[in-house]
Ligand binder design. Structure first.
Ligand code: B12
Length: 215
């Protein structure tokens, strides 16, 4: 049953069918499947398939865009349920999260943000294609405990480093822990640019933030 719904969800994303993605996500919830499993085993696998086909030149940009839209459509059903499921009254800490300059990929970052919220963190999602200077201003203004920088393109990874350098230059680096993530990033990259941590998925991102705030 579960595996059939996951496969159907993958196909809905591969076909770029947002309506189907929404109705299948609802069906999955009704069937009692945990929303994060629906994202991980259904939607995200579909979008990964399309990404692979795109890099092999087997599908075009339009299919990539439609797949992204279908993933987001399904997530619009699932993320609110995750958020509501655990909402706590006392904030466990403040996390600012955004995608770096030149990069408009939002999906992974939004999942990380929602999972953190579900775990009781106050999350400020500052969006995509965020300039390093804007991160500086927002860090000064909101004073988050942790700043999460997402990058999905190898060409935008250097912008993560740029934010860290700018935080250092403006004397703010000591006030905020910086974590990085996104498919092309690695722990080695995080170490190289002087980030405080790296996580490869949203569940590990939550553990990482907890660890950093405790420490
Ligand atoms: C969907 C998608 C798009 C959509 C994005 C829609 C949206 N609103 O986000 C659209 C169509 C807009 C798009 C555009 C482009 N894309 Co694109 N895209 C993808 C795709 C298929 C899926 C990305 C995704 O959402 N994955 C699902 C989520 C759940 O995974 P995730 O993002 O990795 O996030 C998880 C972890 O990484 C981690 N995480 C993420 N962020 C953070 C942050 C922190 C702080 C932490 C701790 C953890 C963390 O937790 C998340 C949850 O588990 C990938 C393929 C892939 N395999 O990644 C290509 C991919 C990233 N895109 C690619 C490319 C080339 C492009 C374009 C340049 C295409 C073009 N020619 O125009 C443009 C760039 C636009 C821009 N300037 O940003 C390449 C990048 C190649 C490279 N190495 O640089 C990829 C890898 C496809 C490929 N195989 O060629 N894309």
């Amino acid at each position: 049953m579960e595996s059939m719904i996951f496969e159907e969800l993958q196909n809905a994303v591969i076909e770029g069918d947002s309506e189907k993605s929404v109705s299948l996500a609802k069906n999955a919830l009704e069937a009692g499947i945990p929303p994060l499993d629906v994202i991980t085993n259904g939607l995200a696998k579909g979008v990964k398939t399309v990404g692979d086909l795109f890099s092999e030149g087997q599908v075009f940009l339009v299919e990539l865009i439609l797949a992204g839209d279908a993933m987001k459509a399904g997530m619009s059903v699932l993320l609110p349920v995750i958020k509501e499921s655990k909402a706590e009254m006392i904030s466990a800490g403040k996390v600012m999260i955004g995608t770096v300059q030149g990069d408009i990929h939002s999906i992974g970052k939004d999942i990380v943000g929602t999972l953190l919220e579900a775990d009781g963190f106050e999350v400020l999602n500052v969006g995509e294609d965020v300039q390093s200077e804007t991160f500086m201003e927002k860090v000064k203004e909101h004073k988050p405990d942790v700043l999460g920088l997402s990058s999905l393109l190898t060409v935008t990874m250097p912008a993560q480093k740029d934010v860290i350098e700018k935080l250092k230059a403006s004397g703010l680096r000591g006030d905020v822990k910086v974590i990085v993530g996104g498919a092309p990033t690695t722990q080695e990259w995080a170490d190289e640019i002087g980030a405080d941590g790296w996580a490869g998925d949203a569940v590990s991102a939550v553990s990482l933030v907890k660890q950093l705030i405790k420490g």
